[in-house]
Design a protein around this ligand. Structure first.
Ligand code: GDD
Ligand code: MN
Length: 407
C-alpha cells in the first residue's frame, strides 16, 4: 500500500504563519531525510528518484528516506511518484492541496521527516543527484549545515546567459546589503541544495516566503559549523522553471521581513534601550549614594558603585536580548562568563572615560553632576556598542573544509 500523506488541516495554510520543525522524540533509524519539492516535474521525478536511491543505498543503506512534496501538479507528478513507492519503500509522497510555494513545501516535508539530518534537492535534475555522495560525509564530520554551492571550487552554472547571471548575482548583492550577517556566511546563500542538522532548526519558528529557505535557516538556525560543496547547476532538460515576477517580489519581501525580525537594524536600538535602563539604574544609585540628603558618599566612590551595578544590569539584558542571535549559538555558563568579563572590561574603560568626563564637566565647567553624568553616558555609549559588538558578542563560526580540517 503506497504511503501517501494528503494535505492535512492540522498544518498552517496561510503563508504568513511560522512553521516549526519538531525535535525527534525517540532515536530514529533514519539518518537522512531528503525532501524533493515538485511542481510539474513528471518528466524528471522517476529518473531522479532512481539515481538518488542508487547513490544513497551505497552510503546509507536502510537509513535514509526521500520525501516528495508536490503541490497537486496538473501533470500528475505526485501520482507518478506514488507509483515508484512499490519499488522504493523509502519514498514518501505528500500531495498538498490548495497550497503553493517551494520553501513551505520543503518545510512540510521536514515536518513529517524522521531523520536526524534534513535536506532538500530540486526535483528537476538541475542539482546533480550524485552530489549527495559529497554532501553527506561532511555532515558526518560534524557540520550543522552543508550547502551545495555554485560559487566555490568545482561549482558553477552550465550555460547561463549574461542576463541570468546578472539577475542571480544582483539578487545576491541585494541580500548582502540588506542582510550582510546572513549572506556573508556562505558563498551561495540562494542555493536550493543543502543538508541541515535537525537540532539546528528544531523548535525555531520559520517563516520563509517564496523560494529561498536557506537564508531563513542561516538567519534563524543554531548553525555554527558550515561546509560548502561545489556543484554545477545543470541545464533544465525537461519542464520549466517556476520562477515568476511574484517569486522575485516574495524574495524582496522575505529579505525585508528577515531584516526587521532579526533586528540587525535593531541591535543598536536594543543596545541603546538597555543602555537607557542602565542609565536609570546608574542615576538612581548615584543619587542615593552621593546626594547629601541620602548617604552623602564622595562622588568617585558613588559613581563607581552606581556604574558597576549598571554594567551588570546592562550585561544581563544585552546577553538575553540585544545579542540573542549571537548568544544562542554560544550557550553555556562558561561562554556567558567570558562575555561578561569582556563586557565588563570594555565598560570599565568606558567608565574611566565617563568618570573623567564627569569630573571635567563638573569641576572645570561647573555643570551639575547629574547632567554631566548624562552627557558622559551619551558619548560613551558609542564606544561601548562598537567594541562590544566586535569583541563580546562576535559570532563564532566554524568553516569545515571539504578536504581538510576545521579552519
Ligand atoms: N511543491 C512545490 N511547490 N515545488 C515547487 C514549487 C511550488 O510552488 N515551485 C517550484 N517547485 C520545485 C520545482 O518543481 C523544482 O523541483 C524546484 O522546486 C526548483 O524550482 P525551479 O522553478 O526549477 O527553480 P530554479 O531552477 O529556477 O532555481 C532553483 O535552483 C536554484 C539554484 O540552486 C531553486 O531551487 C533555487 O532555490 C536554487 O537556488
Ligand atoms: Mn530548476
Amino acid at each position: 500500500m503506497p504511503h501517501v500523506a494528503p494535505a492535512s488541516s492540522t498544518h498552517p495554510k496561510a503563508s504568513g504563519v511560522p512553521i516549526q520543525i519538531p525535535s525527534l522524540s525517540h532515536p530514529s533509524p533514519v539518518q537522512l531525510s531528503l525532501v524533493i519539492p515538485t511542481y510539474n516535474e513528471a518528466s524528471s521525478i522517476g529518473s531522479l528518484i532512481r539515481q538518488l536511491c542508487a547513490h544513497l543505498d551505497a552510503i546509507l543503506p536502510g537509513a535514509y528516506e526521500l520525501i516528495v512534496v508536490d503541490d497537486n501538479s496538473p501533470d500528475y507528478t505526485a501520482k507518478l511518484a506514488q507509483e515508484l513507492q512499490e519499488e522504493f519503500p523509502q519514498l514518501k509522497v505528500i500531495c498538498r492541496q490548495g497550497e503553493r510555494g517551494l520553501a513551505t513545501a520543503v518545510l512540510r516535508g521536514w515536518q513529517v521527516a524522521r531523520g536526524e539530518v534534513l535536506g532538500v534537492m530540486d526535483g528537476d535534475l538541475q542539482h546533480p543527484p550524485e552530489i549527495v555522495l559529497k554532501l553527506w560525509p561532511l555532515m558526518q564530520r560534524g557540520a550543522d549545515l552543508v550547502v551545495g554551492s555554485r560559487y566555490v571550487e568545482s561549482g558553477g552554472v552550465s550555460h547561463w546567459n549574461l542576463g541570468r547571471r546578472l539577475v542571480s548575482r544582483g539578487a545576491q548583492a541585494i541580500g548582502l546589503v540588506l542582510l550582510p550577517g546572513v549572506f556573508r556566511r556562505v558563498s551561495d546563500p540562494l542555493s536550493g541544495l543543502f543538508l541541515v542538522r535537525r537540532q539546528a532548526i528544531a523548535g525555531i519558528p520559520l517563516s520563509p516566503k517564496g523560494y529561498k529557505l536557506l537564508i531563513e535557516v542561516l538567519a534563524r538556525g543554531r548553525v555554527t559549523t558550515i561546509a560548502e560543496v561545489g556543484y554545477i547547476f545543470q541545464e533544465r532538460q525537461n519542464g520549466e522553471s517556476k520562477i515568476q515576477l511574484q517569486t522575485c517580489l516574495q524574495y524582496l519581501h522575505h529579505l525585508i521581513h528577515l531584516r526587521f525580525s532579526l533586528g540587525q537594524v535593531g541591535s543598536f536600538l536594543r543596545f541603546s534601550t538597555v543602555g537607557l535602563s542602565g542609565t536609570v539604574v546608574d542615576m538612581v544609585l548615584l543619587y542615593l549614594l552621593h546626594d547629601p540628603d541620602n548617604l552623602g558618599w564622595d562622588l568617585i566612590t558613588s559613581k563607581l558603585i552606581a556604574s558597576e551595578v549598571a554594567i551588570l544590569n546592562n550585561f544581563l539584558w544585552n546577553d538575553l536580548w540585544t545579542f540573542r542571535h549571537v548568544t544562542r549559538l554560544q550557550p553555556g555558563l562558561l561562554n556567558r562568563l567570558k562575555r561578561l568579563v569582556k563586557f565588563n572590561v570594555i565598560c570599565l574603560i568606558g567608565l574611566f572615560l565617563n568618570s573623567s568626563l564627569v569630573i571635567l564637566l563638573t569641576e572645570r565647567l561647573g555643570i551639575h553632576y547629574l547632567l554631566a553624568n548624562l552627557i558622559a553616558i551619551g558619548i560613551v555609549v558609542f564606544w561601548n556598542f562598537y567594541l562590544n559588538s566586535k569583541l563580546s558578542w562576535k559570532s563564532a563560526e566554524v568553516k569545515l573544509d571539504p578536504r581538510g580540517d576545521k579552519s
